[in-house]
Design a protein around this ligand. Structure first.
Ligand code: CA
Length: 220
């Protein structure tokens, strides 16, 4: 899952960046409104965590611009502005959730999971596909009730494929779900992780669509 963090405060930003990276997200961190705008128009994020008081362009302007362009990426506002009116304005500008600083990192994580769950149209916190179940909160995978060990990046690929079951995911899209800007992309990483997933969960789960990408068919 790829996440954009927009936060101009160094120490708060560092804390969130490390907490969310540890939780398994590929996090890109930007520190002003203009850079946030360009990141959001150039990259495919699964979610954005947005501060409101930002240099150059306010978080509300970034959000308004995003929605005006028809970009539906889920946005969680994380700000020190705590009046009821601030919350109403934030939500009415198109935010999906609103959290006030100081905040608890575990709660931020839980809210992000809830937003991602809703945005993928699930009500169940676990992703279920036939006898395979994955739990994004604990990063666990089971097949027929047995726990299967997957490295974090293979887990990210599997989650993206299962959440988009029935749709072909390009190699680039899968790479984006695993990496943030600061990571170096190994050229055959997607293939390696797909190989691992097939070995652990069965070769028939993921189909290769030559020259296009990979697909997990919808369960019958
Ligand atoms: Ca700020």
């Amino acid at each position: 899952m790829r996440l954009l963090l927009v936060e101009d405060n160094e120490s708060i930003g560092k804390g969130i960046h490390s907490g969310l990276s540890q939780a398994g997200y590929a996090v890109d961190w930007v520190k002003d409104g203009i850079t946030a705008q360009s990141a959001l128009s150039n990259e495919a994020y699964d979610i954005a965590v947005l501060d409101l008081g930002l240099p150059q362009q306010s978080g509300l302007d970034v959000l308004a611009d995003l929605r005006a362009k028809g970009n539906a990426v889920p946005v969680l506002i994380l700000t020190a502005r705590d009046t009821v009116n601030d919350r109403i304005i934030g939500l009415d500008h198109g935010a999906d959730d609103y959290m006030v600083k100081p905040f608890d990192l575990d709660e931020l994580n839980a809210r992000i999971r809830a937003i991602l769950r809703r945005s993928s149209g699930r009500s169940n916190p676990k992703i279920v596909h036939g006898d395979i179940e994955i739990d994004p909160a604990s990063h666990t995978v089971t097949k027929a009730g047995e726990v299967v060990d997957l490295p974090p990046r293979a887990f990210a690929i599997l989650q993206t494929l299962l959440e988009n079951a029935g749709r072909v995911m390009s190699r680039t899209r899968l790479e984006e779900s695993m990496y943030s800007w600061k990571d170096e992309i190994e050229s055959n990483a997607v293939e390696v992780h797909i190989h691992t997933i097939r070995k652990k969960l069965g070769s028939e789960l993921i189909r290769t669509i030559r020259g296009v990408g990979y697909i997990v068919d919808k369960p019958k």
